[in-house]
Ligand binder design. Sequence first.
Ligand code: DC
Length: 229
Amino acid sequence: MRQKITIAIDGFSSTGKSTIAKLLAKKYNYIYVDTGAMYRAVALFAKKKHFIGKDFFDVEKLIDSLDAISLQFRFNEKLGFAEMFLNDENVENEIRTLEISQLVSKVAAISEVRKKLVAEQQAMGKNGGIVMDGRDIGTVVFPYAELKIFMTASADKRALRRHKELVEKGDAVTYEEILHNVKERDRIDTTREDSPLIKADDAIEFDNSDLGIQEQFERICGLIDERIN
Ligand code: DC
């Protein structure tokens, strides 16, 4: 039988990590886990409880409530991917708004939040056969992953992609707002004390500013095949 490996995909926001990860999971029949969705769901919980807003964040209240947060991915056959459920409620759309994108990096910088989510992520991947994307998968969650990919692209290209996605969904957001958010999240994600976004020494870097999805997908499949055959 072919070995079921662990694939860690890290990188900056809107570099197409989840698009590639979903394609890989489908091809190899692996589980796909979008860890950003988990941090987003915690940010949504904090927002709904009024622990966080544009100009305030009651970190202690969020930490005290962490046990009341239950996160689950449920596979949607029609969509072909798993949706995020927060305390049994489908929040897949709510977690993707610009408002949550503006709050999530602050929530993801809290060590207690990271500790809870990292433990859940490690449990999901304990048997291998998993593609997980995020910021600290190759460095913290699965430091022994057989394949680590690190994705980058210029901030402008990433903002253009994210802007297109949100506009197609009907969100009234400007390119400038998105570019500002992309840069601000890069800043917080790379400078936070706990598990900052950095490339693992043994990760393979892809700058996909000018690289298409299909080409990246094929190159990564080649790397996976080398490892499992
Ligand atoms: O991948 P994303 O844009 O949905 O992630 C949302 C935020 O969550 C991102 O700004 C950083 C944070 N995050 C993290 O700190 N660690 C992860 N493993 C995944 C996401």
